[in-house]
Design a protein around this ligand. Structure first.
Ligand code: ADP
Ligand code: ZN
Ligand code: ZN
Length: 732
């Protein structure tokens, strides 16, 4: 039996592939190779060597080339990535290469940005040539010979003036050569020389910190602290401790919007080199940060979800901030939960993991309550800040001005007159979510989706937020040609218009995806907002996340009602999290804050419970409902999705999937569907889904393991796309 090399190939092949060793050269796990696949060649990552195979030798192909002189990934990195691809039933190649910086996914060498220079090779030449007739060349050679490690172009120029001619001549004679000079490639790493002293922790913070610090090896903690309770201070103490012990720290945050403020705060406080990784970085910057982390130069890595895959050879602590946040879940391609993987990562590294939130996910609270995670609580705001007061504004039968009630406008005026900042939250961008014809009832429907097109009046376009389709804003009804077209409802753009008329000249910032398209714009607006430059901040959920806005004393929430009656079983959980997080922006400093929530359902029991007894009580009730209905976290799900431009094709495929799954599924594994997706048509594709639900993860995985190869073997038509989502977060 020949022994083979097992390779994760960067192609959707669904499994590791076996190859013969290359004709020459050494291969080790963690090196990239070039392998034949089909009629072409692909990049692959060596997962294991000297493996037995069942394939006959005649069918085995040989590795064409080895791309890396040394492994890019350690065995631990590889086993983590392969574990993740198995758990999430993804493609191993997609998981492994998705974790690498973009250039390394292609057959490119590791970025080398050590400075270029020249080095003498005189010692390697048998007969030193006579350079008396070329004194400039002689001088350059003498200079380089005296500096065996080499000199940069600039250093040569400083010593001898411009020597490009002599250097070329010497190189042609084989006496000098181009080389990379070893200098710390510190560009990706920031460190300030004088860290700021920390405040002394309050009693709750100190208790929480001590519990984590005393833990040995792997353990998971939920740091459940109200907004502004000083969770970040606890992280900073733990980080400092772990850095002093000579180990690395991984901090995951949900959004790039969170990184600038956090990066600044960490840079001021953490006495060690730090690297940052997020999707808005240029590829080369990502690669530098990745390499600094992998080489152990960066001691702290702060990043968004995909940073969980970054090699950190001395990992000693993992922190996931805002662990409930949906952006920690990758929803496309290789679908994974960065929070759940962070726990696995810590387990593998044998170190603690801290999940922090003011509004923990019900899954996480369940784990804390059943003892899998230690539950640490920070029940009070740190420093002098007090909890905001939350008021309900019943807007049934109330006149509204672009969605703003009289009660809200009156309060806004009061705060603005007093010199305070006001934050308004509306989770809908654009001018209005639909444009209609007053004469015939035409509505601006997307031709490719079961959805309405949003009016963006500033750019005079209709946009579908689901598929991106854009049309010029019509001047008359496309159906009856009436000019009487009316925007219905409001988005942030329309509210901004109204506010600018109502408060002329008052500095106002709108923060949503449209206003922050330019790179760095979000960062700029948030910094300015934190400094109090704007008197009114208006935004979508971009504004709701962990930002510290000390001047805000009033938060107005225009509309959260859809969350009370949403069709996704997680709708109320998300509504409660959003409400508490937005409310947490109010009164974070000395001045007390007020939150005004406009609603048409002031009597809704879950809303009442949340406001009266807080998120913990809400979560207890919500968990009881989930248990009653046997929904996660009391069961485990995987969603199979399919879509196709052809009617029926997605349903047909999922019917085949159902037929394949039935004999594999024990009686207590439920199969729901297939059924059309809630938005059945999207971007011209008809979508359907099939849900698998099992009482335990092991049972679910037991069905998925044989099911996925069976689905691949179905060879669905080329235009059909399908995917699997283990632990799905959205049922849409
Ligand atoms: P969280 O991460 O829970 O939202 P932060 O750590 O950002 O809370 O703390 C909120 C505010 O309180 C910050 O301005 C922080 O500097 C301050 N703070 C936190 N802990 C303390 C403390 N022990 N003493 C004084 N101020 C503190
Ligand atoms: Zn019309
Ligand atoms: Zn569309």
């Amino acid at each position: 039996m020949p022994s083979v090399v097992r390779v994760a190939v960067a192609a959707p092949v669904g499994e590791l592939l076996d190859y013969l060793r290359p004709a020459s050269g050494n291969v080790t796990p963690g090196m990239r190779v070039l392998v034949p696949l089909g009629r072409g060649q692909r990049v692959g990552m060596v997962a294991a060597v000297n493996q037995p195979t069942d394939l006959p030798s005649a069918r085995l192909k040989r590795i064409a080339a080895v791309l890396d002189p040394a492994p890019l990934l350690t065995p631990a990195d590889l086993s983590f990535l392969l574990w993740a691809s198995e758990y999430y039933r993804g493609d191993p190649g997609e998981a492994v290469f998705g974790a690498l910086p973009a250039r390394l996914r292609r057959a490119q060498p590791l970025l080398d940005d050590r400075p270029l220079g020249w080095r003498s090779r005189a010692g390697a030449v048998a007969e030193p040539p006579d350079l008396r007739r070329a004194p400039r060349q002689g001088a350059v050679l003498a200079l380089l010979t005296a500096a065996p490690q080499g000199l940069t172009d600039a250093a040569v120029r400083t010593a001898l003036g411009d020597c490009s001619g002599p250097l070329r001549a010497l190189a042609a004679r084989g006496l000098v050569e181009r080389c990379r000079l070893d200098a710390p490639a510190a560009a990706a790493v920031t460190q300030l020389p004088q860290p700021e002293p920390p405040p002394s922790l309050n009693e709750h913070q100190a208790d929480a910190e001590a519990v984590v610090a005393a833990s040995q090896g792997f353990s998971s903690f939920l740091l459940d602290g109200v907004t502004g309770s000083g969770k970040t201070e606890v992280y900073l103490r733990l980080i400092a401790r772990v850095l002093r012990a000579g180990r690395q720290v991984l901090v995951l945050v949900p959004e790039i919007g969170l990184t600038p403020q956090l990066r600044e705060r960490f840079a001021r406080r953490v006495p060690a080199p730090m690297a940052v990784l997020h999707s808005a970085l240029a590829d080369t910057d990502r690669e530098r940060a990745w390499r600094a982390a992998a080489a152990g130069e960066a001691r702290l890595l702060l990043g968004t979800r995909s940073a969980v895959f970054t090699p950190l050879p001395q990992l000693g602590l993992v922190i996931v901030d805002e662990e409930h946040d949906l952006s920690l879940k990758q929803q496309e391609g290789f679908r994974y939960s960065a929070r759940d993987l962070a726990v696995r990562r810590a387990q593998q590294a044998g170190c603690p993991v801290v999940l922090g939130s003011a509004t923990p996910a019900l899954e996480t609270l369940h784990n804390a309550r059943n003892g899998r995670y230690r539950h640490l609580r920070l029940p009070e705001r740190a420093g002098r800040a007090v909890d905001p007061e939350i008021l309900l504004a019943d807007i049934r039968a109330q006149p509204l001005e672009t969605g703003l009630s009289h009660a809200l406008l009156t309060r806004m005026e009061r705060e603005i007159d007093a010199g305070n900042q006001v934050l308004l939250f509306l989770n809908r961008r654009g001018f209005s979510p639909v444009l209609t014809c007053h004469d015939c009832g035409w509505v601006s429907e997307c031709t490719r989706c079961d959805a309405r097109m949003t009016l963006h009046r500033g750019r005079a376009i209709l946009v579908c937020h689901h598929c991106g389709l854009e049309h010029r804003q019509p001047v008359q009804c496309p159906y009856c040609e009436s000019p009487d077209l009316r925007p219905l409802g409001q988005g942030t753009e329309r509210v901004e218009d109204t506010l600018r008329q109502r408060f002329p000249g008052l500095p106002l910032a709108r923060i949503d995806r449209d206003s922050t398209r330019r790179r760095g714009e979000l960062e700029r607006l948030l910094m300015a907002a934190a400094r109090g430059e704007h008197r009114i901040l208006l935004g979508t959920q971009m504004l709701a996340k962990g930002h510290h806005l000390p001047g805000v004393t009033l938060v107005g929430i225009l509309d959260l009602d859809h969350g009370l009656y949403g069709s996704d079983f997680r709708a109320t959980e998300r509504m409660a999290q959003l409400l508490v997080q937005v409310a947490g922006r109010a009164g974070r400093a000395e001045r007390p804050g007020t939150v005004l929530l406009q609603t048409r359902h002031p009597q809704h029991p879950m809303l009442q419970l949340l406001l009266r007894d807080g998120y913990g009580a809400f979560a207890t009730a919500a968990l009881a409902e989930r248990e009653e209905a046997n929904l996660p976290p009391f069961s485990h799900q995987a969603m199979l999705r399919a879509d196709s431009p052809k009617e029926q094709a997605a349903l047909d495929f999922l019917l085949q999937a159902l037929a394949a799954a039935r004999p594999l599924a024990p009686p207590d594994v439920e199969l729901w569907g297939p059924a059309p997706a809630q938005m059945e048509r999207r971007a011209g594709r008809i979508r359907a889904q099939l849900l698998l639900q099992a009482p335990t993860r092991a049972l679910l995985q037991g069905v998925l393991a044989p099911l996925l190869p069976a689905l691949r073997a179905l060879k669905p038509p080329r235009e059909l796309r399908w995917s699997v989502d283990v632990d799905p977060q959205e049922s849409l």
